[in-house]
Design a protein around this ligand. Structure first.
Ligand code: F6P
Ligand code: MN
Length: 322
């Protein structure tokens, strides 16, 4: 099995980007260790703080954020970082070439139940003419990402990453401490009979999503003429990993549960990196209005509607909005 750096060189990834990726992965190996320690690590509780999104922070969230932030800001490669757990961007090296956005621990409600969680990251080039403390540097569309990926802390720790030459799977080999390539150019099957959505929000969705999901639930007695299965891990990393592995449609649609917050998932460190991975694997990543990666961001914690996965199924869903 190929090691990470030679695999990246095969895709012509520049050496300093490889170094940045290895820096991110050094932090994720430490996070992976702490996650695997579970209750032994004394990090399972909640802090008394809320993050800027009004979510209670778990200690492991905070530790994962600090590990990533410190190693990235000290690396010399990074002009600034932006994180789910930071109110605004944090400046690094003034001549740093890269910007890194990350969700240090996605799916953190799964921490206490010993279920799937992961780290999501997205890398852009840093504009050379802007100040390192200017958060506007991050207002770049997803189609300008040069690398995106996640590390899934599951029964095995996996890295799923793209640098624009396909989406590849790696597994952390704890015997030598590195990630090994296990599958190059993963492909999301074009068709699927599986969907992922939080069904408890059904009555708050817009009519097109209500109609689409009812038709899936009607199975072979309905207009789709086939039965569908449903899965919901409640961690985007886990659900997207399943979609990349065996296909499916993943959605967090717009809802009216809290009129001030019609969308749940964050553009910069959830939707964009996952969109890059899904598209590089032959899938589609959309809102009901267009391609996620073509959206012009207006803030670093912006939220967005997400409909992604198997190409034909995403198109079938979007047809209800026409
Ligand atoms: O980060 C947000 C997130 O935890 C995603 O990982 C996940 O897909 C979603 O929220 C779960 O939402 P809900 O709490 O509605 O199940
Ligand atoms: Mn998240």
């Amino acid at each position: 099995m190929q090691r990470l750096a030679p695999a990246l060189r095969q895709d012509n990834v520049p050496l300093d980007l490889i170094s940045l990726i290895k820096t991110i992965l050094a932090a994720t190996k430490e996070i992976s260790f702490r996650v695997s320690q579970g209750h032994l690590s004394d990090l399972m509780g909640s802090t008394l703080d809320e993050n800027i999104q009004g979510e209670v922070q778990k200690e492991l969230d905070v530790v994962a954020n600090e590990l990533l932030k410190d190693i990235l800001l000290e690396s010399g490669f990074v002009k600034a970082i932006s994180s789910e757990e930071e109110d605004t961007s944090v400046a690094g090296e003034k001549d740093g070439k890269y910007l890194v956005s990350f969700d240090p621990l996605d799916g953190s409600s799964n921490i206490e139940i010993n279920s799937l969680i992961g780290t999501i990251f997205s890398i852009h080039e840093a504009p050379s003419d802007m100040d390192a403390s200017d958060p506007d540097m991050f207002k770049q569309a997803g189609n300008k990402q040069i690398c995106a990926g996640y590390v899934l802390y599951g029964p095995s720790t996996m890295l799923v990453m793209t640098t624009g030459s396909g989406t590849h799977f790696y597994v952390l080999d704890r015997t030598h401490g590195g990630f090994l390539l296990v599958e190059r150019n993963v492909q999301v099957p074009t068709d699927t009979q599986e969907f992922a959505v939080n069904m408890s929000n059904q009555r708050f969705w817009q009519a097109p999503m209500q109609n689409y999901i009812s038709d899936l639930l009607a199975g072979d007695t309905g207009p789709r003429g086939k039965n569908f299965n449903m899965r919901w891990i409640a961690a985007m990393v886990g659900d997207i990993h399943r979609v990349l592995t065996r296909g499916g449609l993943f959605t967090y649609p717009q809802d009216s549960k809290n009129p001030k917050q019609p969308h749940k998932l964050r553009l910069m460190y959830e939707a964009n990196p996952m969109s890059f991975l899904i598209e590089q694997a032959g899938g589609l990543a959309m809102t009901s209005e267009g391609r996620i990666m073509d959206m012009q961001p207006n803030s670093i914690h912006q939220r967005v509607e997400v409909i992604m996965g198997s190409k034909n199924e995403v198109e079938a869903c979007l047809a209800y909005y026409k």
